[in-house]
Write a protein that binds this ligand. Structure first.
Ligand SMILES: Nc1ncnc2c1ncn2[C@@H]1O[C@H](COP(=O)(O)OP(=O)(O)O)[C@@H](O)[C@H]1O
Ligand SMILES: O=P(O)(O)O[C@H]1O[C@H](CO)[C@@H](O[C@H]2O[C@H](CO)[C@@H](O)[C@H](O)[C@H]2O)[C@H](O)[C@H]1O
Length: 449
C-alpha cells in the first residue's frame, strides 16, 4: 500500500471534486470545487487498510478558497459495509471516507494516547491525562458540521472539517471552563494540531446523556398525543428540566465572566452594534424575500436599542440551542462552543451579550414545540397546546436563569431584539437547508408583529 500520501491525495482530486459537495460539512453548497491543493498530508497507518490525514485548500467555482481536513482510507478490496463511503480509485486501491472505518479510527486513539507527531501533525493528550487504549471506535452517525468518533464509552474526538487559523473557540472555552471547575462542560482530554491549526479535539464521552432536543421533543410528543391535557398535566412535562437548563446556562455565564472577563459596551458602541443587526437583516432580506413583510417590525425592535446606555458583554456560548445541550444523570452540560457556523472566525471570538444565548434557547423551545406540526395544516387545538408548551418552558427557563444570575426578562428590549435577530438567521438557515421548516421561524416573526 502507498507511502506517498501527498501524491495519493493529489491523484484523487477529480474524485474529491465530485464527492466533497455531497458532504454535510462542505460549506460552498452548490459550488463544485474547481481546484484542490494539498497543504499537508500524513500517513497515519500503513498496510491494508491504510490511513491518510490531509489538509487541502479547496477553491470552489464562484467562491473563495477554504481549507478542509480529509481522512482517507485505502484498501485493496472495499468491503460491503464501507461501500457507501467510497471516494474513488487510486493506483489499484479503493479510496474511501476513513471515519466510517472502525479499524482505522481505532488508530487515532493510539496516536493521542502516545502523544505522537507525524509529518508535523501532533496528537497530544491534555496535561495530566492518561488515555485508556484498546477501545472500539465508531463514528457518531448523526449529521454534523464536523465529524466525531466515539471510543468505547470513554472519549469523543471531534475532527474539525474546516480548521481556521487562530484560537479554536470550542477548545479554548472548554478548557477555560473546565479549569475553572465548571460542571457544565465535558472534560477536554486531547488535541490534534498542525502548524497553528486545531484539527481535532477529544473530550470525555458522556455515555449516560440524552440530547436536550431529544428530551424536549419527547415531551412535546407526549403532549400532542394527549390533546385534552395541558403541558403541566402530561407525564413528560419538561418545565423542571427547562428551569435547570436556565440555571446551568446562568452558571456558565458567571464562570466565563469570572475567568475571561466581562465589560460594559458603551452607548456609542451600542449604536454600531445596532447598525450591524440592520446589516445582517439586509443580507437576509436579499436571500429570503418572504422576510419583507416583517422588516418594519424587526427594524423597529433593533432601533429600540439605540436608547440603551450600554450593554454588558463577555464570552458566551454563541450558538446555543437544545441540540447543543446534554442532560447527564447529574445535570445539564453544554457542548460545541464554536459559535454560529455562518460567522467568520474573528466574529465568533468577539464578546457578546449573554442574552444572545438566552435568546437562542428561547427560540429553540419554539422549534421544539412546533416542529412536529411543520409542513402540515395543524388543528387549532394542537397549535394552541404546542404554543402553551413553548411559553411554559420559555418561562421556566428564564426563571431558572434568574435564580442564578439577573432575570433576562428585565432587559426586555434587548431580549426581544436578539430573539428577532435569531429568528431572521433561522429563516435564512431553513431556506437553505430545510425548506419544510421555514415556517417555524416565519411564524414566530408573525406572532411578534
Ligand atoms: N462529550 C460528549 N459526550 C457525549 N456526546 C457528545 C459529547 N460531545 C458531543 N456529543 C454528541 O456529538 C454531537 C455533535 O457534537 P458537536 O460538538 O455539536 O459537533 P458539531 O460541531 O459537528 O456540530 C452532539 O450533538 C452530541 O450528540
Ligand atoms: O448545530 P449547528 O451549530 O450546526 O447549528 C445549525 O443547525 C441547527 C439545526 O440543527 C440550527 O438550529 C435550528 O434548528 C434547531 C432544531 O433542529 C433548533 O433547536 C434551533 O433553535 C434552531 O436555531 C442552527 O440555527 C444552525 O446554526
Amino acid at each position: 500500500m502507498t507511502t506517498r500520501p501527498r501524491h495519493v491525495v493529489a491523484a484523487l482530486a477529480d474524485d474529491l471534486a465530485e464527492w466533497l459537495p455531497r458532504q454535510r460539512w462542505y460549506a460552498a453548497k452548490g459550488s463544485r470545487p474547481a481546484r484542490i491543493d494539498v497543504r499537508a498530508a500524513a500517513q497515519l497507518g500503513a498496510g491494508d487498510p491504510a490511513l491518510i490525514q490531509a489538509l487541502v485548500d479547496v477553491t470552489a467555482e464562484g467562491s473563495g478558497t477554504e481549507p478542509y481536513q480529509l481522512l482517507i482510507g485505502l484498501r485493496s478490496e472495499l468491503p460491503e459495509h464501507l461501500a457507501h463511503a467510497g471516494i474513488g480509485r487510486v493506483g489499484g486501491d479503493y479510496a474511501y471516507e476513513a471515519t466510517q472505518d472502525p479499524e482505522l479510527m481505532a488508530l487515532l486513539l493510539d496516536l493521542m494516547a502516545a502523544g505522537r507527531e507525524t509529518e508535523g501533525i501532533s496528537w497530544q493528550p491534555e496535561p495530566g491525562i492518561r488515555l485508556v487504549t484498546g477501545l472500539r471506535a465508531r463514528p457518531i452517525g448523526v449529521e454534523q458540521s464536523n465529524t466525531s468518533i466515539i471510543f468505547g464509552y470513554h472519549y469523543i474526538l471531534k475532527l474539525f472539517r474546516r480548521p481556521t487559523p487562530g484560537p479554536n473557540r470550542d477548545v479554548e472555552l472548554h478548557r477555560a471552563l473546565f479549569r475553572a471547575g465548571s460542571e457544565q462542560v465535558a472534560e477536554p482530554v486531547a488535541e490534534v494540531r498542525w502548524d497553528g491549526l486545531v484539527l481535532g479535539f477529544a473530550q470525555r464521552y458522556l455515555a449516560d446523556s440524552v440530547e436536550g432536543w431529544a428530551a424536549a421533543t419527547a415531551s412535546v410528543r407526549d403532549l400532542l398525543a394527549e390533546g385534552d391535557l395541558f403541558a403541566a398535566e402530561v407525564g413528560g412535562d419538561f418545565a423542571g428540566e427547562a428551569g435547570r437548563l436556565g440555571e446551568a446556562l446562568a452558571t456558565v455565564h458567571l464562570d466565563l465572566a469570572r475567568v475571561l472577563g466581562a465589560e460594559r459596551m458603551p452607548a456609542d458602541a451600542v449604536g454600531a452594534a445596532v447598525d450591524e443587526l440592520h446589516a445582517r437583516l439586509d443580507r437576509a432580506l436579499a436571500r429570503v424575500p418572504e422576510l419583507g413583510e416583517h422588516e418594519p417590525m424587526v427594524r423597529a425592535a433593533f432601533d429600540a436599542l439605540r436608547g440603551l446606555d450600554g450593554v454588558d458583554v463577555q464570552q458566551v456560548h454563541g450558538d446555543l440551542h437544545l441540540g447543543q445541550t446534554l442532560r447527564t444523570t447529574t445535570g445539564w452540560v453544554l457542548i460545541d462552543f464554536e459559535g454560529e457556523p455562518a460567522a467568520s472566525p474573528a466574529d465568533r471570538l468577539r464578546t457578546r451579550s449573554p442574552l444572545r444565548d438566552v435568546a437562542g434557547m428561547l427560540r429553540s423551545f419554539d422549534y421544539a414545540a412546533l416542529h412536529l406540526l411543520a409542513g402540515t395544516e395543524p388543528d387549532r387545538q394542537q397549535l394552541t397546546r404546542a404554543l402553551e408548551w413553548a411559553d411554559r418552558n420559555r418561562e421556566a427557563f428564564c426563571d431558572g436563569y434568574a435564580a442564578v444570575a439577573g432575570d433576562p426578562r428585565e432587559q426586555s428590549a434587548l431580549l426581544r431584539a436578539l430573539e428577532l435577530d435569531k429568528a431572521v438567521y433561522e429563516v435564512v438557515y431553513e431556506a437553505g437547508h430545510r425548506p419544510d421548516w421555514l415556517d417555524i421561524p416565519l411564524a414566530a416573526l408573525r406572532r411578534a408583529g
